[in-house]
Design a protein around this ligand. Sequence first.
Ligand code: ADP
Length: 315
Amino acid sequence: MVAALVWWSILLFRENEKVWITRQNLIQKEYAILYDTPNFDIVDTPEYLTYQKEYLNQKRMILGETVIFVFVLIIGIYLIYKSYKKELLITENQKNFLLSITHELRSPITSIKLSLETLLKRKPPKEIEENIINNSIEESNRLNSLINNLLLATRISYSYPYHFKTENLYDVIVECVNSMQSCHPECTINFTAEGNSNVHLEIDKQAIISMVSNIIENAVKYGKNQDVDVKFINQKEVVSIHIKDKGPGIPEEEKNKIFNQFYRIGSEETRQEKGTGLGLYIAGKIAKAHKAKIEVNSDLNKGSIFTIRFHKHNV
Ligand code: ADP
C-alpha cells in the first residue's frame, strides 16, 4: 500500500514535470515568434515566472500529500495491529479461562460425588467417614468461593452497588486475616501492625474483605503454604496493608497484566495452581472504587509483596 502510494506520487511528479516542460516550450515559441529570435531568453518573462511558481507549488503539494498519506497509513496500520494483538490476548485469556473454569468446576463436583458414593457403598468406619465428609465440605467451600468470585467479577464489571459506611479499617483487616487463617490451617498467617489501630474510613466492608482475601489467598496458594506476613501500617496521610509471601515472585513485565480479567501467568497446560484469573481483577476494581492503589513488589524465586495503599483524605 505504501509502495503504491509512493509510486503514485512519482507518477504525479513526472506529470507535473512534463506540464512544466511543455509550458516552457510554448513560452519559448511565443517569444520566438514575437521577437523573431529562436533563442530568446524566457527566464525573466512574467509567464515563465508565473508557471514556474505554479510548478514549484504543485511539487510541494504532491510531496506534502504523500508524506501525510504515508503517515496516516502507518498510524492506521499500527492501530489495526495493536487492536489485533489486544483481540488475540483477550481470546487467549478467554480460552485459558474456559479451560480453567471447566477444571475448577469439574474437580470439586467429581470429588464430592466420589465421596458420597464411597459413603453409600462402603459404609466406612467412623474416622474415615469423618475425613470423607470434611473433604467434601472443603470441596463445596471451594466451589462456593469460585461461584462467588464469578458472580462478583460479573457484577463489579458493570455497576456494583457499593455500601460505603464508616468502619475501622484495622478491625476489618484483623477479621479478614482471622477468617483466612481458619480457612488455611496448614499455613501460618502472621499479622503485625504499626501506628494507631483506630482508622475510621468510609469503606464497603464486604468488598474490602473480598479484596484482601483474594490477595492473601494467592499468597497462600502461590507460596505453597509457606508463611504469609500481613502488616498494617497507619501513617499520618496513608494507611497501607502489606501482604508478603514466599512464592515464585512475579516477573516485571507481568506486574500490570495480572490485574486484567482472566489473566494468568503462563499457560493452562503447564500451570499447577488452580485459579480463574479473576481474584486480582476483582481486587483492582475494589481498590479503585475506594481510590486506593495496589502495588506489586517482587523478587523472582523469593516472593512478592502486594501493598494496598489508602490515602485518608481520598476515602
Ligand atoms: P488466579 O485465580 O489465577 O490466582 P488472580 O487474578 O488472583 O487469578 O491472579 C492472576 C495471576 O497472577 C495468577 O494466575 C498468578 O499467575 C499471578 N499471581 C497472583 N498472585 C501471585 C503471587 N502472590 N505470587 C505469584 N504469582 C501471583
